[in-house]
Structures are given as structure tokens and as C-alpha cells.
Design a binder for this molecule. Structure first.
Ligand SMILES: [Zn+2]
Length: 217
């Protein structure tokens, strides 16, 4: 009797160990305190309060080509934490951040540079941009119904009107840009003079350029 039960008991023991191990992995996959600031994470897994319009996952961009297989916003964890703080503050005032682009693999940067080889609008891939380092976002503001605030130009408009300093806009447009800039600067993002939509986390320039592609499944 014992000899026939023994293989069964061994099998049950193995199943128990495997189950315990798989639970340990699942439960410890995202303990917040254990995530390193420079780890790449998916913003959506940390906040549901953002609006997404990831332009490079569509053909509605200056490349006229869909260069991302799917629309996901990956960033270094420290960038995600700072962005969530900005969004929480803006939501109390009746606004939300809408995202156009986040981390961008280096290969995509090379494609963009081949089309627009002008460092005012596209970073040279030989240096790598802060987008390639997971510390930059292209964003605008929407109201709580999702309606975009008027920023004067569309995203990726390559002209002087996209500059923060462009003087010939209405007070409303200037105030909209200022609202975004002021709140981003509070959480240690730098603006970029020639693009009202682009923000860099100040410490993002220290991180290495990356070329990983996110999983679309
Ligand atoms: Zn940008």
C-alpha cells in the first residue's frame, strides 16, 4: 500500500513546490518599493488617469508611417512617478495629460532622422535623444471630457509657431502652454524651446540609450 502511494505523494509534493514558486514570482513581479528608478515600466500599469493618442502607432505623424507595432507608453520608473504627480495636480484643476509619445527605441530614432535630419526637430541618433533613454514625453492637456486645449499648433508641427517663445498667439493659447510648462517644471521636467509638447526629466539624460521593443501581446 505504502509503495503504491509513494509515487503519488512525490507527485503531489512536486506540484505543491511548483505552485508555491509560481505564486512567489507573480506576487513579487511588481512590488513598488523594489522597482529601480531606472527600470522601464508601462505607464498604464501605474495609473489609469492618462489619455493616450500614441501618434507613431498610427500613420497620423510626420513620417506618414506606423512605426510602432502597438500603442504603449514605456518610460523609466522615475519618469512615470514624476508624470503621475503632475497629472494628479492637474486633475484637481480640471485637466489631464494626453500622451503622444514616450520611450522610443533607437531604431525608430534613426528612421525619423533619415526623414528629418534637422536637430531643431529630431535628435541625431548618434547622440541618442532623451526619448531613447526613457526620460522624455510628448504631451498636451485635455479637459476632463477629453477635449484638447488649444496649444496653437498640432503636435510635431515643425515651424516657429511651435516654439514656447512664439509671441503672436492669443492669451488663451499662451496660458494653456504655461499651465502645462509650470506643472511639469514643478516635478523636475525641462521644456524644449522649439517644441511646446516635449518634456525631459532632468535626470533622464544620465541614463543609457535603449533599443528594446515592447511586447504587444
Ligand atoms: Zn519629444
Amino acid at each position: 500500500m505504502i509503495s503504491t502511494l509513494k509515487p503519488l505523494l512525490i507527485l503531489l509534493f512536486i506540484l505543491y513546490v511548483v505552485k508555491c514558486n509560481s505564486q512567489t514570482v507573480a506576487n513579487s513581479s511588481k512590488p513598488l518599493a523594489m522597482i529601480n528608478d531606472t527600470t522601464f515600466v508601462n505607464l498604464k500599469e501605474y495609473s489609469q488617469d492618462f489619455v493616450y493618442d500614441m501618434k507613431y502607432a498610427t500613420e497620423d505623424n510626420f513620417l506618414k508611417a506606423k512605426v510602432y507595432d502597438c500603442a504603449k507608453c514605456y518610460l523609466r520608473y522615475k519618469t512615470v512617478k514624476a508624470l503621475i504627480l503632475v497629472n494628479e495636480r492637474l486633475m484637481k484643476k480640471g485637466f489631464k495629460i494626453k500622451l503622444f509619445d514616450c520611450y522610443r527605441p533607437l531604431d525608430i530614432q534613426k528612421k525619423m532622422w533619415a526623414i528629418v535630419s534637422n536637430p531643431i526637430y529630431v535628435a541625431n541618433p548618434s547622440n541618442g535623444s532623451i526619448h531613447n533613454r526613457g526620460g522624455a514625453v510628448d504631451i498636451t492637456l485635455v479637459d476632463l471630457n477629453g477635449k484638447e486645449l488649444d496649444m496653437g499648433t498640432a503636435f510635431d508641427y515643425f515651424g516657429i509657431e511651435a516654439s514656447h517663445d512664439y509671441p503672436n498667439f492669443s492669451k488663451e493659447i499662451k496660458n494653456n502652454r504655461k499651465l502645462l510648462k509650470k506643472n511639469m517644471e514643478k516635478e523636475h521636467f525641462n521644456s524644449f524651446d522649439s517644441e511646446w509638447w516635449h518634456y525631459n526629466l532632468k535626470t533622464g539624460s544620465k541614463d543609457s540609450v535603449s533599443n528594446f521593443k515592447w511586447d504587444c501581446n
